[in-house]
Design a protein around this ligand. Structure first.
Ligand code: NAG
Length: 427
């Protein structure tokens, strides 16, 4: 009897300790979320033509345009996408070239930019877009992009794995092309997911997994937040136009932040030195500080805050409200957006299924006091209108005179979504 009650007490204690952990895991992975037929987002949805499988999206405020990198072909991603451990067809991947698109939030049209000086395969993933500091008024931008090229064997055969690298492009706003400046490879860039460019020559890259191939260890890495096996890498480039054109020329790398769990999307925060770092399947967005961009700093990131979301978190974005102080508006609506799968638990089954749906959630978090964030779900869909949401940005709509209500266009992309969508939301 004494033994039994002791056992009961131990069990109760174990549940008391594990309960919140288990509950949080079930919530973030969406195990208890159900999407019966009919539970689609019911507001008006604009599907932007020719935006097939675009993982990331960035808003360039000076030109009022969006940039995204798309696979363009609906088949490739289901046969080759190293971030999801899909390595079926390296030959197909080696002949594939996705593209950078510019989307106009006024016309809701997408334009593919023509490549200059770039022939190679382009298997798209995270990007960053920053103003060219030498050109006034945001006239030109640098675009950094992850490229999951297949490795090449000595025999010339492609695969079986990837030799992922980064691409650096330059684009004059309004022009129809994007110029390739160089590729970047460093041994610390192993499973790159997203990029944060502090300047054209100082960049941060996340590795999303330590275990790139399917198996028990990768599953553990995906589901257990204690598996803090990834990092953010800092890369410094000596030149954007290396004389020998090689991807390794003048590239220095160091670990800027480690260990973190399943590091994923990166974003720019409220100031030039604030970096947003998603810990994907933990459902946590970390807010960090980067040191100044001169060679005096070591490139390391210091964490200053974190926000817990109720779903897995992919590419974060910060919405800087251009009407924050307008007299007709009602206060500052600036905030952080996080986008992710509403049922990440299903991804291992759906990742190679062109007909599956991956439900999506987009959450908007506004700071109410230091370290406090008020969260609201801006969009939830069962995967019919937008599948596998991985990034979202807000574009403010000018407030109506004398009205307190505020609206914005919410643009959402998904790594296996047929198109990027736009919906009007209340802020
Ligand atoms: C920078 O951060 C990495 C990873 O956390 C750490 O190993 C390294 O010692 C740090 N470097 C310095 C100079 O603080």
């Amino acid at each position: 009897m004494l033994f039994l009650s002791l056992f009961g007490a131990l069990l109760a204690y174990a549940l008391y300790i594990a309960g919140p952990f288990v509950h949080r895991r079930l919530t973030v992975l969406g195990v208890l979320r159900r999407y019966p037929a009919g539970s689609v987002y019911s507001g008006e949805v604009i599907a932007i033509p020719d935006t097939v499988h675009c993982e990331d999206v960035h808003y360039h405020a000076p030109s009022g345009t969006l940039f995204t990198a798309c696979e363009d072909n609906a088949e490739i991603r289901f046969k080759w996408f190293p971030p999801l451990a899909t390595f079926d067809d390296p030959e197909l991947a080696s002949r594939s070239q996705g593209s950078i698109h510019v989307v106009d939030p006024k016309t809701m049209k997408s334009r593919r930019l023509k490549f200059e000086n770039f022939e190679g395969p382009f298997i798209t993933h995270g990007i960053d877009v920053i103003p060219d500091p030498e050109r006034p008024n945001g006239e030109a931008v640098y675009i950094f992009a992850v490229n999951h090229v297949p490795e090449t064997q000595a025999s010339g055969q492609k695969g079986p794995g990837a030799r992922s690298q980064l691409e650096v492009f330059h684009h004059d706003i309004g022009s129809s092309s994007v110029k390739h400046l160089r590729s970047v490879w460093h041994p610390l860039i192993k499973t790159p997911n997203d990029i944060f460019a502090q300047s054209p020559t100082s960049i941060y890259v996340t590795n999303d997994h330590r275990h790139r191939y399917p198996g028990l260890m990768r599953t553990l890495e995906d589901f257990y937040p204690g598996a803090k096996w990834t990092e953010v890498v800092h890369i410094r480039l000596d030149s954007l136009a290396p004389a020998d054109q090689s991807a390794t020329a003048g590239v220095t790398g160091s670990i800027a932040l480690a260990p973190i769990h399943n590091s994923n999307g990166l974003g720019h925060g409220r100031s030039d030195n604030e970096i947003l770092i998603a810990s994907c399947t933990s459902g946590v967005l970390h807010i960090g500080r980067v040191s100044s961009d001169d060679r005096s700093g070591n490139g390391n990131i210091t964490l200053v805050d974190s926000i817990e979301f109720d779903h897995v978190v992919d590419n974060p974005s910060y919405f800087s409200d251009p009407y924050a102080s307008s007299t007709t508006g009602n206060g500052d609506r600036s905030g952080v957006l996080e986008t992710g799968l509403a049922r990440a638990i299903d991804l291992s089954k759906t990742r190679q299924d062109p007909t599956a749906k991956d439900p999506v959630m987009v959450t908007y978090a506004r700071p109410t006091a230091p370290g406090r964030w008020e969260k609201r779900v801006l969009l939830e869909d069962d995967g019919t209108r937008i599948r596998s949401g991985s990034a979202a940005v807000l574009v403010a709509i000018e407030p109506e005179k004398d009205k307190a209500s505020r609206k914005a266009w919410l643009f959402v992309t998904g790594f296996v979504s047929q198109s990027m969508i736009a919906v009007k939301v209340d802020l």
